[in-house]
Design a protein around this ligand. Sequence first.
Ligand code: SF4
Ligand code: SF4
Length: 86
Amino acid sequence: MIEILDDWCKGCEICIIRCPVDALEMSDIMNRKGVRVPRLKEDNKCNQCMLCELLCPDFAIKVIKEEKEETEEKECKLIIGGVCAE
Ligand code: SF4
Ligand code: SF4
């Protein structure tokens, strides 16, 4: 999931241009600075690489990773010494 901190964004489009899977686009939402802010495309292939978050000069975009490890632990039926032994 991507979170945009609207009012911190200056609309520079670095996140859109540099996304390796072209997952972002400009929205019609204007922030208090009067610039349009990015959003995830409806049909996107975001792989949570975090590049947009790392490259945003204004810390205006955050990648919220899904808790994959927890899910994997829950699915494992046999854990020995803290390690899944299946
Ligand atoms: S989120 Fe950051 S990188 Fe993307 S347009 Fe806004 S300021 Fe630029
Ligand atoms: S996390 Fe990576 S793939 Fe997802 S929108 Fe940001 S740059 Fe693109």
